[in-house]
Design a protein around this ligand. Structure first.
Ligand code: COS
Length: 382
């Protein structure tokens, strides 16, 4: 087992950390207050190769691999979790088209995603009545002479109002269950595509989350990403990779909160000594550091397996489950360590808590991760 990063991985981490400290951290509190979308930041991150960390360089990515992607996500989320959401989904969509698209789709779309021309990419799977059970989706696409016409409503779509490209899943063969689902490439601003609702969220306020209505959106045959029978599996495979990104994101948010708590506990004196020296607080810090390391190890294991082309679905679910649940605990403890100050906006820990709260929900709830892990366990015993 080798825990040493390659030069390339270390460089990606350094570059993400340097950018996050210089351009994200100083503006994160203001972005949270104003809810401003990080447009300029996404363009700068595209220039740094952060929108396609695990995409080959001939398609405009960094070609640095899955582990480098996890390292970058941790740093970006530590800077500003809202920015990490857009970076994460765009990487996921770019990887998806690079891996499953036709040559023409790859050439047309991936460089625009990784290079920032599309600003960001979106992933439109969930619906108002189809969240944990995406196979029950109602959005449908009917065949026309020129291609397909998509009708339906997609829910919880991160920056679906900003994305230049959206992967949309729709039923093309009713009655075939998950085997009747097709994935389409839809351009942002396509006629018939409208934003029907924007969510007011507890955290991640610099990232928009919208409902999209598709009313007869026309797409040519060339924009079918994968056809019936393969659309659902494609979504599942993409989510496996996405879960590594969410684990890394939760880790980054928690690390930021932990670092603030450690600093505060070393400086704040009560009963004649820094509170970190009181055993109750020291114990909380020790638990936090242990959780961060456990989350990082599980996340890196899943990323390493993915990069090696080995099965990683179970490991990605474990990483997401542990990293996101522990992140909540670490952020909660960080608020407790700050006492009353932690409950105010003077310190970043209350924002970290609000941002982290989404992580055990999106890209598969903790309950779904346990289901995935349990199914793997049962499969292994036959
Ligand atoms: N990779 C590739 N294919 C997969 C897969 C994976 N990780 N997991 C399942 N599949 C395939 C199966 O092989 C099966 O294919 P065939 O029947 O064609 O052989 C098909 O998908 C259906 O599998 P299964 O019966 O296990 O699907 P379920 O409907 O029971 O759902 C869960 C499985 C619960 C794991 C899935 O619905 C899920 O992940 N739900 C959460 C969705 C989610 O994360 N939503 C958030 C969206 S982003 S905010």
């Amino acid at each position: 087992m080798d825990f040493q990063l390659t030069d390339e991985q270390a460089l990606v981490r350094h570059s993400a950390r340097e950018y996050a400290e210089r351009s994200l951290l100083p503006r994160a509190a203001q972005r949270d207050r104003d809810g401003t979308f990080p447009e300029a930041e996404l363009r700068e991150l595209a220039e740094l190769g952060m929108l396609g960390v695990n995409v080959d360089d001939e398609l405009g990515g960094s070609g640095a691999g899955s582990l480098a992607y996890a390292l970058a996500m941790e740093e970006i989320a530590r800077g500003d979790a809202s920015v990490a959401v857009a970076v994460g989904v765009t990487n996921m969509v770019a990887e998806l088209i690079a891996a499953y698209g036709s040559d023409a789709q790859r050439a047309a779309h991936v460089p625009r995603l990784t290079g920032g021309a599309y600003l960001c990419g979106s992933f439109a799977l969930s619906e108002p009545q189809a969240g944990s059970d995406p196979a029950s989706m109602q959005t449908s696409a009917e065949k026309t002479s020129a291609g397909w016409r998509i009708t339906g409503t997609k829910q919880w779509i991160s920056h679906g109002d900003r994305a230049g490209l959206i992967v949309v899943w729709a039923v093309t063969n009713k009655g075939a269950g998950h085997r009747g689902i097709t994935a389409f490439i839809v351009r942002g601003g396509a006629p018939g595509l409208t934003v029907s609702r924007g969510e007011e969220k507890m955290g991640l306020r610099g990232s928009t989350t919208v409902q999209l209505s598709l009313e007869g959106v026309e797409v040519p045959d060339d924009d079918v990403l994968v056809g019936p029978g393969r659309g659902f599996g494609l979504a599942m495979a993409a989510l496996d990779g996405g879960r590594i990104g969410i684990a890394a994101q939760a880790l980054g948010i928690a690390r930021g909160a932990f670092e603030s708590a450690l600093r505060y506990a070393s400086e704040r004196e009560q009963f004649g000594a820094p509170i970190a020296q009181h055993q109750a607080i020291g114990g909380m810090l020790a638990d936090g550091a242990t959780s961060l390391d456990a989350a990082r190890l599980l996340t890196h294991r899943a990323a390493w397996l993915k990069g090696a082309g080995r099965p990683f679905s179970r490991e990605a679910a474990m990483a997401k489950l542990l990293a996101t649940e522990r992140a909540l605990r670490v952020c909660d403890d960080a608020i407790q360590i700050h006492g009353g100050y932690g409950y105010t906006r003077d310190f970043p820990v209350e924002r970290a808590y609000r941002d982290a709260r989404a992580a055990p929900i999106y890209e598969g709830t903790s309950q779904i991760q346990r289901l995935v892990i349990a199914r793997h366990l049962l499969k292994a015993v036959g």
